[in-house]
Design a protein around this ligand. Structure first.
Ligand code: B16
Ligand code: MG
Length: 217
């Protein structure tokens, strides 16, 4: 291993599908305000911060709220959301995710988490995988949302690895953009057309091997 020395993983959509819980909680909030939104619209919230997600949803419902009211609504959504993630179990880890992170570590690569979620620690704890990461950068540690590269640059810095030796695994367009803006390689998890800026796109961490990382352009 020479070209790649570290792997940085997004959480939602890469390690676990928390989007289903985000959707349930946001939908409950929207319903309480008298409107609904589709699963298709929910796609636009992936990788987006809590505050920005709320603003998008309020826009879809044509609802205007003061900043203080928005804070209350985001807090309420997070209560409903955390009620659900507190019930999560290791069985919910996406196929091959745990094994892939372990194989990176076995190959001597450093591993970090780079997520927008302020609930990352709870989720990792529920999945019983906190110990698989040398550094954890979450929504509590960054001030700029993806596509700003801050979350990944902080991860590289905490690992002590220069950005060009890092590869980021991301399911969101903004996340792939953030990785590239940070001078890192990016592997997209999802649809090749949507994530066309990535160096390689696979359907999940069960479809990539550590050996393939060396072959990235
Ligand atoms: P929280 P990621 C993101 O996680 C989710 O994709 C996004 O839907 C959510 O709004 C964001 O975390 C913030 O989450 O409300 O828990 O702080 O993909 O960056 O791991
Ligand atoms: Mg994600």
């Amino acid at each position: 291993m020479s070209n790649i020395k570290a792997c940085i993983f997004d959480l939602d959509g890469v390690i676990v599908d928390t989007a289903v819980y985000h959707y349930k909680a946001w939908r409950r909030l929207a319903n309480s305000l008298g409107f609904d939104f589709s699963e298709h619209q929910n796609e636009q919230l992936k990788g987006v911060s809590r505050v920005r997600s709320l603003q998008l949803i309020l826009g879809w419902g044509g609802v205007t709220k003061t900043e203080a009211e928005q804070e209350q609504l985001a807090t309420q959504k997070n209560i409903w959301y955390t009620d659900m993630i507190n019930q999560m179990t290791p069985a919910e880890i996406l196929p091959g995710a745990r094994e892939f992170v372990e194989s990176c570590r076995d190959a001597g690569l450093k591993t970090a988490l780079g997520s927008a979620s302020k609930n990352s620690m709870t989720i990792l704890d529920k999945l019983n995988i906190t110990h698989l990461f040398d550094a954890i950068i979450d929504g509590n540690k960054v001030s700029k949302a993806k596509p700003d590269p801050e979350v990944f640059l902080k991860g590289a810095e905490e690992l002590g690895i220069e950005p060009q030796y890092c590869v980021v695994f991301e399911d969101a367009i903004a996340g792939v953009e953030a990785a590239k803006a940070g001078g890192m390689k990016a592997i997209g998890i999802g649809d090749p057309e949507t994530l066309h800026e990535a160096d390689l796109v696979v359907s999940g961490l069960n479809k990539v091997t550590v050996e393939e990382l060396e072959m990235l352009p």
